[in-house]
Design a protein around this ligand. Structure first.
Ligand code: 5AD
Length: 365
């Protein structure tokens, strides 16, 4: 079937096989790519209107027990100073998100599962839940036990982001240390669903050795897991990590990966339709002035502006080229509002912005 016939079927929401999704990702030329983005943006408009949901991102700790081969805050990187914000600092950042009208916060950290940490997270969740803003609260704190997921859910977290990073077990194994097991990641995703979270996952795009077939299978994985939210972005080599050192970028590689990431967003929107899809910060790392906006125009509907203090920003560089290292939260907000207005999109203020998919999946709509 030719590309445009396929795109028409995708636009109508017909079921696509993995090989067909792969064909979409390999757009034959620039005109086809434009058509792909336009079709996906059309589906975004159908389900989300011209609204963008905002999540205030708080990177509250970079202390990590894991040693993922791509990540700039992996345990064995010595050059970052390790921090954990105090409960007061974290609550202040959440309050800032509320005052800004962001409607929700994402609390993200390195992975720890010691009782001191899990108890601390419970405490901050309770404090943020008590703020007068009705904020949606997303956690992104890695693999945890069912007991911990349930405790955090009870303390007020409603969403959880846990990327599968790659749904291909062989790629997963290549980019993680042996103790980080694919089956365990899958089990954690299932636990989160069982614990009634709005479930988010995602992958890195443009990993060494990853093909369009692999990425198409990632989209099928999202579909099978029936997730509510997708957070995915281009892989960016970090020069202090084993993967970054072994596979440095050739000139022009980053721009190519950005293109591929935008196509992934578009294909995911066409296949999954009513989920929330974030225009990841990593897009902005490659194209500072247009990355996230291009993400929206390719079908994403969520942006996660940083609301933390700039103090720790340099020590939370998962990849090189992280944007806004010195911009404080009000400056980040200003810039974002201007750039959204320029593409005719409207921030949805003071709304938690729950994914429609979750309401339908759980029969609450
Ligand atoms: N490039 C792009 N994304 C990265 N992440 C971690 N390291 C990198 C990198 N070098 C992403 C992972 C993780 C999320 C918090 O950040 O997908 O799940």
């Amino acid at each position: 079937m030719n590309f445009y016939e396929l795109l028409t079927r995708a636009g109508k929401g017909e079921f696509l096989q993995s090989s067909e999704i792969s064909q979409l990702l390999q757009v034959p030329d620039e005109a086809a790519e434009k058509a792909l983005f336009a079709a996906a943006y059309g589906v975004k408009r159908e389900f989300c209107g011209n609204y963008v949901n905002l999540r205030g991102l708080v990177e509250f700790s970079n202390i990590c027990t894991r040693d993922c081969l791509y990540c700039g805050i992996r345990k064995s990187v010595r050059s970052v100073s390790r921090y954990c914000m105090s409960a007061d600092e974290i609550v202040a950042a959440a309050r800032r998100a509320g005052e800004f009208g962001y409607g929700s916060v994402v609390l993200q950290s390195g992975e720890r599962s010691d009782p001191e940490f899990t108890g601390f997270v419970t405490e901050i969740l309770q404090k943020i839940s008590a703020l007068p803003y009705a904020l949606g609260i997303t956690l992104s704190c890695g693999e945890q036990s069912m007991e911990t997921y349930l405790r955090w859910r009870e303390a007020g977290a409603t969403r959880y982001l846990l990327r599968i990073e790659s749904s291909d077990p062989a790629i997963f194994a290549r980019i993680h240390p042996p103790e980080c097991r694919f089956e365990e990641r899958l089990a954690a995703l299932h636990r989160l669903k069982e614990a009634d979270y709005q479930l988010g996952t995602g992958v890195m795009i443009g990993l060494p050795g990853q093909s369009c077939e692999d990425l198409a299978k990632d989209i099928c994985f999202f579909r099978e897991l029936d997730v509510d939210m997708i957070g995915m972005g281009p892989y960016l080599p970090q020069n202090e990590t084993p993967l970054g050192r072994d596979f440095p970028d050739a000139p022009g590689a980053a721009e190519k990966r950005l293109q591929l990431a935008l196509r992934m967003i578009a294909a995911t929107r066409l296949v999954l339709r009513d989920v929330n899809i974030a225009a990841a910060t990593a897009l902005q790392a490659i194209a500072p002035d247009s990355g996230r906006e291009r993400g929206i125009l390719a079908g994403a509907n969520v942006i996660m502006p940083n609301v933390g203090e700039t103090l720790h920003r340099r020590d939370y560089q998962l990849y090189n080229g992280k944007p806004d290292l010195d911009e404080n939260a009000p400056a980040v907000r200003e810039k974002l509002l201007t750039s959204l207005a320029a593409i005719g999109e409207v921030p949805r203020f003071n709304e938690p912005g729950d994914p429609l998919h979750y309401a339908i999946r759980t029969g609450r709509k």
